[in-house]
Design a protein around this ligand. Sequence first.
Ligand code: FAD
Length: 394
Amino acid sequence: MDLNFSPEHRAFRADVRRFLADSLPDDIRARTLRGEKLSKADHIRWQRILAARGWLGHCWSKAYGGTGWGPIERFIWDEEVHLNGAPRANIPAIDLLGPLIIHYGTEAQKQRFLPRILTSEDWWCQGFSEPGAGSDLAALKMRAVRAGDHYVVNGTKLWTSYAHDANWIFCLVRTSLEQKKQAGISYLLIDMAQPGVTVSPIITVGGVHAVNQVTIEDVRVPAENLLGPEGDAWAMTQYLLSYERIVGAGLGASTRYLVEARAFAERTLRGGVPLARIPRTAQKLASLEADLMALKFTAYRVLADEVAGKAEASIVSVVKLRGAQLQQSITEFMMEEGGPLSIPDVQTLPEGGPVIPEADAYHAQQAMDRRKLTIYGGSAEIQKNIIARRILRI
Ligand SMILES: Cc1cc2nc3c(=O)[nH]c(=O)nc-3n(C[C@H](O)[C@H](O)[C@H](O)COP(=O)(O)OP(=O)(O)OC[C@H]3O[C@@H](n4cnc5c(N)ncnc54)[C@H](O)[C@@H]3O)c2cc1C
C-alpha cells in the first residue's frame, strides 16, 4: 500500500492552493478563519466563484456539471478548503442530495434539480431527524400518503440545519406502515415555499441560529418528486454513507486548529517564556500532533482501500469518532491555553474599541462549537456500537 500522494495529486493540491489564494474573497476568508457565521449571500458569492471555475459539484460526475474528481482529489480539496479558510459549499445539496440524484434520480429530476444547485438558485436542507427519531432514524413518523399523482405529507422534522435559508428540503418520509420499519421509508423532495411548511428557529446554547424545526401540514407533493423507488430510502442512505468515508474525519479542520494553536503557543509568553516551551503545554501539543498524524495515516489507508474499491463501510464510524474526538481535544486545548484571549466578545467590545488588539486575538471560542460533533452525523455512542458490532464483532 502506497500512502504517498502521486506527482499528479501534488500538482493538483498546488493548483487548489493557487486558486484559493487568488479567488477566495479576503473578507470571506477572514470571517471563516475567525469562526464567524457567514450569510447566505456570502455563501452564494463564493459558490458562484466555484461554479465559474467548475469546482462546485466536487463529488459529481462531469456529465452533470461536476468536477468528476475521484476520492483522492476530493480529500485534497476538503483539506485545502479547511486549511485556507474557505467555506464549505451547501453541504446538503452538494455532498448529499447531488450524488443521490445522480445515482438514483430520473433524467427529468437530474435536468430539473442539478443545474439549479450549481447556480445557487436552489438552497437545500436535509430533513432526516424528527422528535423521537434521531439515532433510531427508522422510527421516523413523517407520513406521505399517495393520493393520485400527489403525496399528502404530514409531520415534523427537527434540528434541520439552515432550513431558514433553504427553499427546498429533501425528506425521509414514511410511505407505508410495513412490519419492518426500515422498509416503508422513501425520499421526497419538497418545495418549502408553499402553505403548510413552517420553519421555526431553535437557538442553541451558544446563542446561534443554525438549526430549526420544520413542520409540514397537509402539503401536497407531486409524485414526480419521489427520489428513487418507493420504500428504498434505507438502501439509498447506506449508499450515501459509503460514498465519502473520510470526510467526517475533519482532517483539514484539525490541521488548521493545530497550526493555529502552535503559532499561538510560540508567540504568547507566560512568565517571559513562550507557552510552547513550557513542558506541560509542549507535551500536550506534541501529543495532539501525534494523534493527528495517526488519524491522517488511518485516513490514507481508507483512501487507498477506497481507490482499490475494497473499503469497509463501517470504517466510517472509526474515522468519524476519532475525528470528532480529536477536533474537540485540540479546541479544548486552545480554549484552556488562550484563556481570556479566546473570547471574541472581549476582543470586540463595541465601546472603547477592541480590548485585545486583533494581532493578539485568538479566536478559540468558536472551537467550543465543535462540541456538536458528538451528536450530529451519528452520535459517538452509535459509532461505538457500530465499531463494537461490525469491526470488533463483540
Ligand atoms: C448541530 C446539529 C445539526 C444537525 N443538523 C441536522 C440536519 O440538518 N438534518 C437532520 O435531519 N438532522 C440534523 N441533526 C440531528 C442529528 O442527526 C441528531 O441529533 C442525531 O442523529 C442524534 O439524534 P437525537 O438528537 O434524537 O438524539 P438521541 O438519538 O435521542 O440520542 C440521545 C443520546 O442517547 C444516545 N443513544 C441513543 N441511542 C443509543 C444506543 N442505541 N446506544 C447507546 N447510546 C444511544 C445518543 O448517543 C445520545 O447521546 C443535527 C444535530 C445537530 C446537533
